[in-house]
Design a protein around this ligand. Structure first.
Ligand SMILES: Cc1ncc(C[n+]2csc(CCOP(=O)(O)OP(=O)(O)O)c2C)c(N)n1
Length: 653
């Protein structure tokens, strides 16, 4: 690699070609040292990023978080080498560390990861997600009255992703003239030419039809590119696209226009040849030098560690007292109160005035999710994403990136199902402050039947690192949770119901001491533990009454945080009662029962039996009948509790 040149301030037009040359040399060197990576689509974008980072964007490498900065989202995240080189050459970090790309412990991950390197605005790599994030950032700019611009770079093959068009539609709909999309129009994807694999042409006409202004440019001519970018910056009332004609592998003779160089590293001879063609000098790095360089990079580049696992770091101290907020009287029937989604809507509306950073998104279900309540009182901070849940999730990420506390809402089926991978990669993968409020979860959706009864969301969501997974027992607890989430940054999933919910808690539970990470003991008992969440908590209390009538003491736990799980209180209950029954309105695979069984089998093996849907689909019916049909009723809980008690009495062996 040549000397660690860093440019400060805006480059002169005449310098741009030299900067792009340097970036190409970096790309080849990085991929050679990594022995893997994506040279083709990085080389094709060298002038595009040069133009952005050295002429167009209002940025300050000394202040990567400067609120007024222009933002760049590399939606085609596999081109990380070109981004890393541009950031380093522009002064975000020392270019000497570029060769550590993809090495274990290096902050230069294979795809951009928010927090690993200064200047990265969001985690990307899963194609199609950058546009929605850029839309969210642009919406935040409008909300805050800021004049920054948001740029996002798509690959032309990436345009085959439906999600790109969801974001393009949203940008057009909201008239985001602070958003500039760029397409690296190199004509190749992995399996061949874009027109052979799945033709996204005509690209310009499609964007125009989505309400965009379109510029075209020679993506390798810095002057032409900058002119097109300048024109795009000046567009008013609509988003602008700069369609950049490029050559994949540009600058290296044997890579140019060759699809095979999409994701492949050169061998030594090819590396030497490529560096030579680019006018540089091949400088090998020994394994020892590389190790030392990674260690230095780790120290020198400010970065956060990859987010820690949050599965068992809930309450550290076991709860010992029965919750003072339980209002269900022994021996009765739990009264039915408001649905948890009703509490969601009214609490959001309540918080609107005191939380000016609160923003709410919905996907054409605001009257059902109850976010319409928030819209009534804070219309400027409510955005409808249309029937485009995955894009809504990404938009939430972009708004959160700009400092908003974001609640995104739709039915659990679409929140956790349709948007699973956006939650995983964009929201949790970036650690964004986005709360996924998923209503209409579980069997109690009722008559809509199977397609709307999400029974797998807890399983999906608890496997997302760093995501809090909550399921309130009733409306009072749902309200307490929403208040808590509004004040505690970080990604979270909250599972809410459609139907009237059993009333378990007094509304006073929503006090400043409320901590969803703490299991609440609802009833003391020494013979068996009933660990429940969501609507099943109230039913578990009724089951405890049935057991009491037979002289059996059931300790009832409200495990409304499935992750992090309050293992201290759970293990104490398992030890003291010797048997556990879990109760959830969810598939028995992967949900609360699985979480409890995992912890107890590793710490305190006692019989654990699971009430829930037995790996089946639901059907239409009224909620109460459905719960009974699938065995989610007090009689079945009581009978399983007796079975669990009998199991602990069987001598081992
Ligand atoms: C959602 C998703 N699907 C598949 C991939 C695997 N993948 C990585 S790059 C790529 C081809 C991208 O082609 P294009 O957008 O034209 O990028 P370029 O040629 O500019 O590198 C594919 C399929 C991915 N990263 N994300």
């Amino acid at each position: 690699m040549t000397a660690a040149t860093q440019w400060t301030g805006k480059a002169e037009q005449g310098e741009l070609a030299e900067i792009a040359r340097q970036i190409r040399e970096d790309i080849i060197d990085m991929v050679w040292n990594a022995k893997s990576g994506h040279p083709g689509g990085s080389l094709s974008a060298a002038e595009i990023l040069t133009c952005l980072y050295f002429r167009e964007m209002r940025i300050d490498p000394e202040r990567p978080d400067w609120p007024d900065r222009d933002r760049f989202v590399l939606s085609k995240g596999h081109a990380a080498p070109v981004l890393y080189s541009a950031l380093a050459r522009r002064g975000y970090f020392d270019p000497a560390y570029l060769p550590t790309l993809r090495q274990l412990h290096s902050p230069l991950q294979g795809h951009p990861h928010l927090g690993s390197l200064p200047g990265i605005e969001t985690s990307t790599g899963s194609l199609g997600q950058g546009g929605g994030v850029a839309v969210g950032m642009a919406l935040a700019g409008k909300l805050d009255g800021k004049d920054y611009k948001v740029y996002t770079l798509w690959g032309d093959g990436e345009l085959e992703e439906g999600l790109v068009w969801e974001s393009a539609m949203a940008a057009g709909h909201y008239g985001l003239d602070n958003l500039i999309g760029i397409v690296d129009w190199n004509g190749l994807q992995i399996d061949g030419g874009i027109t052979e694999v799945m033709n996204p042409e005509p690209i310009d006409a499609k964007f125009i039809a989505f309400g965009w202004h379109v510029e075209t440019a020679d993506g390798h001519d810095p002057a032409d590119l900058c002119r097109a970018m300048d024109r795009a910056r000046g567009v008013k009332g609509k988003p602008a696209l700069v369609l950049c004609k490029t050559v994949k592998g540009k600058g290296v003779s044997f890579m140019e226009g060759e699809g095979g160089w999409h994701g492949k590293a050169p061998d030594e001879a090819q590396w030497r040849q490529a560096i030579g063609e680019l006018g540089g000098k091949a400088q090998p790095i020994s394994p020892e030098e590389m190790k030392a360089l990674v260690a230095k990079a780790c120290e020198a580049i400010p970065h956060t560690e990859l987010r820690a696992v949050a599965s068992d770091d809930g309450a550290k101290v076991a709860s010992t007292k029965v919750s003072p907020y339980v209002i269900y009287a022994k021996g009765g029937e739990v009264a039915q109160g408001p649905a948890t989604r009703e509490a969601y809507g009214s609490t959001l509306a309540d918080l609107a005035a005191s939380h000016p950073q609160l923003v709410v998104l919905d996907a054409d279900l605001s009257k059902s999710t109850m976010t319409a309540e928030f819209k009534k009182v804070a219309p400027a901070r409510f955005f409808n994403a249309g029937i485009a849940e995955a894009n809504m999730t990404c938009m939430g990420g972009g708004l959160a990136a700009a400092g908003k506390t974001v609640f995104v809402s739709t039915f659990a089926m679409f929140a956790a199902g349709r948007s699973y991978e956006q939650i995983l990669n964009t929201i949790a993968g970036s650690g964004f402050n986005v709360k996924i409020a998923a209503t209409h979860a579980g069997l109690s959706v009722g008559e809509d039947g199977m397609s709307h009864q999400m029974l797998s969301d807890i399983a999906l969501m608890r496997s997302v690192p760093g995501l809090q997974v909550l399921a309130p027992a009733d409306a009072a607890e749902a309200s307490a949770m929403i208040r808590y989430l509004a004040d505690h940054p970080g990604p979270a999933y909250i599972r809410l119901g459609r139907a009237k919910a059993p009333v378990v808690f007094d509304s006073a539970i929503a006090g400043p001491d409320y901590d969803p990470g703490q299991i609440q003991i609802l009833r003391e008992g020494g013979d068996v533990t009933l660990a429940a969440c969501g609507v099943m908590t109230g039913i578990a209390l009724e089951a405890a009454d049935l057991l009491a009538a037979e002289g059996l003491g059931a300790r009832v736990l409200n495990v409304s945080s499935i992750k992090p799980l309050d293992t201290a209180t759970l293990i104490a209950a398992a030890k003291e009662t010797g048997a556990v029954v879990t109760c959830e309105e969810h598939n028995v695979l992967g949900g609360l029962g699985a979480a409890v069984a995992e912890v107890l089998s590793e710490t305190c093996p006692v019989p654990v039996l699971r009430i829930g849907v037995q790996d089946q689909f639901g059907q239409s019916g009224v909620p109460g009948s459905l719960l009974k049909l699938y065995g989610l009723d007090k009689e079945h809980i009581a009978s399983l509790a007796k079975k669990a008690i009998a199991m602990k009495e069987v001598p081992a062996g």
